[in-house]
Every structure is written in C-alpha cells, then in structure tokens.
Design a protein. Structure first.
Length: 313
C-alpha cells in the first residue's frame, strides 16, 4: 500500500474510533436493537465454531473471537515495566487488591442474594449469577478514558488492568462457585468449561498483546488505531450475539423486576467505587490514586462477562 493511501486509511480508522468513543451509548444501543431485530441471526452466530481444542470441551467460536479482539486491544497498553510503579505506591496497590478480591466479591454475593430474594425463583438466580459474574470481572479497558478524564494515575490503572485480567482465570471460577453456593441457588458453575473459556479467550490474547507491546512496540504504536478498532468490533459482536437472547427475556419481564435489575446493577458499581474512594481517603492516599481505584473498582469488563456467561451457562 502506498504511503498516501495508508495515511488515508489511518485517518479514516481514527475518525471511526473517535465517533464510536464519543457516541458509545448510542452505538451500543443500536447494536442491541439490531440484535433484537435479527434475533435468529444473533443466536446462530453463537454456534459458529472456528476450531476446537482436542480432548477438551473448549471451542474457539465467534464469541471467543470477539473476546480475543477485545483482549488484544486492551493488552497492548499493558507493559511489565509499569509494575515498577508499585514501589512508589504500595498502599494504593494493596487497597486495589482488597477492592477487587474482597470488597467486590462481597458486593457480588449481596447482589446474588438480593437478586434471588427480590425477583423470585425463576428469574432471581439468573440475575444473581449475572451480578456475581460482573463483580468478579477484570478492570474494564474503557476505564483508561475515565482515569484520564478525572486526572487519575494511569500507570497504576495499567497495573490493575494487567493483574486482574491475568488472575481472572484462577480467581473467577473459585469465587463464583463460592458465591453461588452461598446464595443457595440452583445454578452450578461448570468450572472446567469456564477455565477453558477464560484461558483461550482472556489469558491467551492478553499474553499475545503484551508480547507484541514488549517486542514490537513501534509496530503497535503505528497501528494502535486499527488494533483499537478490532477491540470495538469484538465488543459489538459480543453485544449483538447476546442481545438476541437477552432482550426477548427482558421484554417479557415486569417493569418492577426490570427496575430492580437496573437498581442492583447500578448499586453494585457505584457502591464499590464509593467504598474504595472512602477507604483511600482514610488511608491518606493521593487524590490521583483514590480516583484510579474508584474508577477501576466501578468499571468491570462487561464484554468478558457477556462472552464467558453466554458460553459457560
């Protein structure tokens, strides 16, 4: 491709990314509407298997491909040298770890309990499992934009993003099984299947992205808009594939139940952010670190939750 043509393509890709970022809610809503209108197609999309891992129940299908795109797009921003920041702010790091692996699981357990209690035996356990799964997800990549907006600590955020995504494969199945077991619902976690989904859909692309950033940094920086566009594409594929199943169910839910689901979801994210910010103030952390932990704690990677939940349960 000639330099002039490549430059034109790069400008177009950058404009598309900016449009999607500036109209995120509207574009995602449009994708959900398309998923509802083309419900049959979105459900068929989930069943397209690209390949299987021999001697395992693990499949690399279209939702996994979408998750792969999202994770590579996220992980190219993660660098091992960012972990050197921990020596400068150990208290911030430990509060973040407590946020992700103590506070959020407690909120997830409370959400599972309330979901089951408020929404009845048919819908309640499903909503409770969904809230618990969201609570255990890694930090969302889009939180990077919000940390910049509130003038937070970007290197610390990248440490949290890398750490929570890497540990996701171990922590999520264990804690989710414990939470759903304590909530006394009838939903069981197929641990082997979930581990496989996290391994090939999260850990593998995370490793690929970090490897590319570490050894091919110039290539990554030159093409980061294209890589970001693939991440956007992955999110919308996952959302489209889920909408075909979720929206018909939500459509038939009573308004009171729907408002309860919305309230629980908002409470989960807002509550965890507020607790982190208050604890950070009590520990005399800098504003930048408090804001970063609050944003990271309140913004979970719902794209991963969409794919893993859809493929596991």
């Amino acid at each position: 491709i000639s330099p002039k043509l490549w430059s034109a393509h790069a400008i177009m890709v950058k404009k598309i990314n900016e449009f999607v970022r500036n109209h995120f809610i509207q574009v995602l809503t449009f994708t959900a509407i398309m998923g509802a209108i083309f419900s049959r197609e979105s459900q068929l999309m989930k069943n397209i298997v690209l390949f299987t891992v021999p001697h395992t129940p693990w499949r690399f299908d279209i939702p996994t491909l979408a998750l792969f795109f999202m994770m590579v797009s996220t992980s190219i921003h993660c660098r091992l040298k960012d972990f050197r920041h921990l020596t400068k702010a150990p208290k911030s790091f430990f509060l973040g770890v407590a946020q992700f692996y103590i506070i959020l699981p407690i909120f997830g357990w409370a959400g599972a309990q309330l979901g089951s209690a408020l929404l009845g035996p048919e819908i309640g356990p499903q909503i409770g499992a969904g809230l618990a799964l969201v609570a255990l997800m890694p930090v969302a990549a889009i939180s990077n934009l919000w940390v910049k907006l509130v003038k937070g600590n970007a290197p610390l955020l990248l440490v949290f993003l890398t750490l929570t995504t890497s540990l996701n494969i171990i922590v999520t199945p264990i804690l989710l099984s414990a939470i759903l077991g304590m909530s006394k619902g009838d939903i069981k976690v197929p641990t082997e299947l979930m581990v496989g989904n996290l391994l090939i859909g999260v850990l593998l692309p995370l490793s690929c992205g970090m490897f590319m950033r570490e050894f091919f940094e110039k290539f990554v920086l030159r093409n980061q808009d294209i890589i970001a566009l693939f991440g956007v594409l992955g999110l919308h594929i996952a959302f489209f594939a889920n909408s075909g199943n979720a929206i018909p169910i939500l459509y038939h839910m009573p308004v009171q139940s729907l408002l309860t689901v919305i309230g629980l979801t908002v409470a989960l994210n807002a509550g965890s952010s507020a607790v982190a910010f208050v604890l950070g103030k009590q520990m005399n952390l800098s504003y930048e670190d408090r804001a970063t932990i609050a944003v990271a704690g309140g913004m979970r990677s719902n794209g991963i939750a969409l794919v893993v939940g859809m493929k596991t349960f």
